[in-house]
Each structure stands twice: as C-alpha cells, then as structure tokens.
Design a protein around this ligand. Structure first.
Ligand SMILES: [Zn+2]
Length: 361
C-alpha cells in the first residue's frame, strides 16, 4: 500500500543527499563491526545446527602441572585427580614419545579433537574443584610417575567414510593389569556418564590401543602415570556423528557433568590408605622359556604366529586367560601377542621402561 506523504512529514524535511549519507554511514558501521548485512534485521536465533560446531579453543589455557615428578599423596590431604585433555600440546611430547607429537587425534570441519577435549576437561575441573578436589589439568605429556587418587584421560572419537554416519557412542577403558581401584573408577564413570548424558555406549567397545594407552604404559615410558595411580581413558563420543556432536559441541557442560559425577562417586567410596586396592594385577617381567617360542595373534594354537621369540628377550605381561598370556615384547617394535604359559618364565624383574634406548631403529 502506498503511504500518503502527509503521514510522514519528517521524511519531507530530509533532503535526498542527507538520507543517502545517513544510509552510507549505517552500512559502513555494520560492515566494520563485522555483522553481515544480510543478518542485520532482527531474527530469532537459529536452533543449534548439529552440523555446525559452536565451540572455540581456549588458547590461553595452560597446564596446571608442569612435567615434573609428583610427590606421594598425603591421605589426610584433599583428594587429587589428574584430568588429561587428550592430544593437548602434543607437540611437546618428550623424545621418548617423539612419534606421538604428530598425533592430533580426531577432527571435524577444521576442529581438532584437543579443542573439544580441553573444553570438556576445564568444565570437569571446575565441578571437581567445587567439590573440594585438587585437580591437575594435564596436557598430552604426563609428568614421570604421575601419582594421584585418579587419572582420567579425556578424548573424543572420529570416524571417516561411510562409518561417520553410523559410528557413535562413548567407551571407557582401564589400563591393562588394572587395579581394583581402576576398575571401580571405570564402573563409576560409566554409570554416571550414561545416566547424565543419555549417550549410548559404542557397541564395539574399547580397543587394546586404549588399554595400552601411552600415558598408562609405565612399562614403556618414563612420562606415564605410576602403576598405583587408578586410571581410565574415556572416548566421550564421536565428533563425526551428528547426534553425538549435538551434545559434544552444544552441551560440553553436560559431558563434563557426567564425568565429574562419576569421579565423585568413585572418590566417595575410595580409601586412600588401602594400598592393595591400587596395586596393578599380573606377573613381573617375563622371558621366553626357550628360543623360538611363538608369539600368536590370538590365544589359540591355530591363530597366526606373528613371530618367534629369542630366549634373551623380555616380555611385559598385560593380561592372562587360561593357559595364555598377552604380552608386549619389551623394547624394539613392542609387538603385542599371546604366548602359552609353558613357553614363558618369570624373571622377577619389575615392569619398567627398558634400560636400553627406547628409540627403535
Ligand atoms: Zn584422542
């Protein structure tokens, strides 16, 4: 409908050149403050698009603990928990973990996994600190022999290709040789995380890679947790799946709440004076009982022989089932495989990083 000039007397008093100048200034100010002109009209905010990440990395965050040995925790002191933001500052890995420097983890549309991990870890830290827990916010590099009442490594997963549309859910793993305290920590976080976030569990479950996570590998690296530190690694969900991403990117506070509630439930039932509950389970360092003992792919005589073992090798035992032991060859290529119990013998030597150089040729 055309409007009569009489109902807008002001407009008639503004010369054409003045209105043009005012419009130019308005456009210029919108451009310089970075607001796209197309969004200048007031519109209701769009609902969260699960395809669009809404987080930004916290580049000012620093680890709260530098890579130095930690003291034995005092049972009378507040509980101490290490929260590791997976892959954070991975370029700082020490020489013994030089190959890990380039592992930046999962990614999605320009976002690296650590950018999400650090947000979740920070939110979890705030919740634990509010409950009186002393928290070490740890980067990818773990202080040598890190000792605490719990260590939680926070990661998110990613899938590529056709799997990106279907793989989803969280999973949790304890180290190999898990102590009773590690099992209790895993149980508490699993229950709370599922309950608080409503996310499904990844039906494929944790991998051996998770259980052999480098930060757990006190038998391989100096920069790792102490064997007595109860520990888990969490893959909080898939950043490549739209429904997981809606929560990971849109509600990191809920993700953190699930982790924090789990840790607090675990701590409520934890007795720091009970050393037995923190002791890892398993044999000491092993050696083959004979030259040429086979290292099998599975605990099954019919499974592939990965290689044969030399009598003077050392084997780090990870897990055991009837008649078979899962071992890492200690040093060199760190082959993982199964040996029959009659093919091994105990050395009585403690599980520790090899004395020789850990740098395989
Ligand atoms: Zn990761």
């Amino acid at each position: 409908m055309r409007r009569s000039p009489q109902r807008h007397p002001v407009r008639r008093r503004w010369p054409g050149w003045w209105r043009l100048l005012a419009l130019t200034c308005l456009l210029a100010s919108l451009i310089f403050c970075g607001v796209p002109i197309a969004q200048a009209p007031l519109v209701p905010p769009a609902p969260l698009d699960a395809a669009t990440p809404t987080v930004a990395p916290l580049l000012t965050v620093r680890p709260t603990l530098e890579a130095a040995p930690t003291a034995t925790p005092d049972p009378a002191a507040p509980r101490r928990v290490g929260l590791q933001a997976g892959h954070w500052r991975s370029e700082e890995h020490p020489d013994e973990q030089a190959s890990l420097r380039r592992f930046s983890g999962a990614y999605y549309r320009g976002y690296d996994e650590w950018e999400l991990n650090i947000i979740i870890a920070r939110e979890t830290m705030e919740r634990l600190a509010d409950a009186g827990v002393v928290v070490d916010l740890l980067p990818a590099t773990v202080p040598p022999g890190y000792l605490a009442d719990a260590f939680v490594s926070i990661h998110v997963d990613g899938a590529t290709g056709a799997q990106a549309a279907t793989r989803r859910g969280w999973k949790l793993a304890t180290p190999f040789r898990a102590s009773a305290a590690s099992d209790a920590l895993a149980e508490a976080i699993s229950a709370a995380y599922a309950q608080v976030t409503g996310l499904p569990e990844d039906p494929l479950g944790p991998s051996y890679d998770m259980r052999a996570y480098y930060a757990f590998a006190y038998y391989r690296y100096q920069h790792s947790i102490a064997p007595e530190t109860p520990a888990v690694i969490l893959e909080a969900g898939f950043m490549t799946h739209p429904e997981d991403r809606e929560l990971l990117f849109g509600r990191p506070d809920l993700i953190a709440e699930g982790i924090a509630q789990g840790v607090l439930r675990y701590l409520a039932a934890y007795d720091p004076t009970d050393a037995a509950v923190r002791a890892p389970v398993g044999r000491t360092l092993l050696r083959p009982a004979r030259d040429g003992a086979p290292l099998h792919a599975r605990p099954d005589e019919q499974s592939a022989v990965e290689r044969t073992l030399a009598r003077d090798e050392r084997l780090a035992p990870m897990a055991e089932t009837s008649g078979w032991v899962l071992v890492f060859t200690h040093g060199g290529n760190w082959d993982l495989g199964w040996v029959r119990t009659e093919d091994i013998e105990e050395t009585g030597e403690a599980l520790a990083p090899p004395v020789a150089s850990v740098h395989a040729p």
